[in-house]
Design a protein around this ligand. Structure first.
Ligand SMILES: Cc1cc2nc3c(=O)[nH]c(=O)nc-3n(C[C@H](O)[C@H](O)[C@H](O)COP(=O)(O)O)c2cc1C
Length: 204
């Protein structure tokens, strides 16, 4: 039997996970991409290894190996600058950084690349590929806002994790699912949207 991740190749979606609150957003993002059978290359920062057990009760290593098994995800260490996503000559379907810390936002805004998430984001910006950030912080300082504005002006999509209150989500899980699907649609993955949301997206 052909596993879903053995389908003919599309370029992979790059998923970068940083050490801001919102680990569940990263988990759902990978699950939705994997459920759609889309190839993905995943990397993460050292800081998110601290946040993960605080928020999810287990180490990120558990999820990384599960994503490999379930979805055929390719996982890259934070300091692996030889990873394909490090190079502009490696074709990707774009990158999502979810959740995105203010530290990573600042690094992207100044073009610093001290880990693989930052390098891949820097490559997406220089190559003009789709890049979506899911920044999570509150309140946002003027420094955060200036960095985000700078990135938005470069064409980076800034998609804070804001629940769709008007859909009256019955649970946090459903609110997270909708936020993730809307964010993936920004990356051009329209099939992530369920029909109901596709219809609604025309009305806002
Ligand atoms: C439990 C926990 C929650 C955090 N939440 C946030 C957050 O929501 N936003 C943020 O910008 N940083 C947050 N931080 C701080 C970042 O982890 C820290 O700034 C780190 O340097 C980010 O590094 P990275 O961008 O390489 O992941 C949090 C840290 C911990 C331990």
């Amino acid at each position: 039997m052909t596993a879903v991740f053995d389908r003919p190749k599309r370029p992979p979606v790059i998923v970068g996970i940083t050490g801001s609150s919102g680990a569940v957003l990263a988990v759902r993002t990978v699950e939705v991409l994997g459920g759609l059978g889309l190839p993905m290359h995943v990397t993460y920062t050292a800081a998110c290894k601290q946040v993960w057990p605080d928020e999810l009760g287990h180490p990120i290593a558990d999820d990384l190996s599960a994503w490999k098994q379930r979805f055929g995800a390719h996982i890259f260490n934070p300091d692996d600058f030889r990873a394909p996503m490090s190079s502009g000559s490696f074709r990707t379907a774009g990158m999502i950084v979810v959740p995105c810390s203010m530290r990573t936002v600042s690094a992207l805004a100044v073009g610093a690349s001290s880990n693989l998430v930052e390098r891949a984001g820097d490559v997406a910006i220089k190559e003009g590929w789709p890049l979506v950030l899911v920044p999570r912080e509150a309140p946002l300082s003027a420094i955060h806002l200036e960095n985000l504005l700078k990135l938005a002006r470069l064409g980076v999509k800034i998609a804070p994790p804001v629940p769709q209150f008007y859909l009256r989500p019955p649970s946090l899980d459903e609110a997270v699912d909708t936020m993730v699907r809307r964010t993936l649609a920004l990356l051009g993955i329209a099939e992530a949207l369920p029909d109901a949301l596709r219809w609604r997206s025309g009305e806002e």
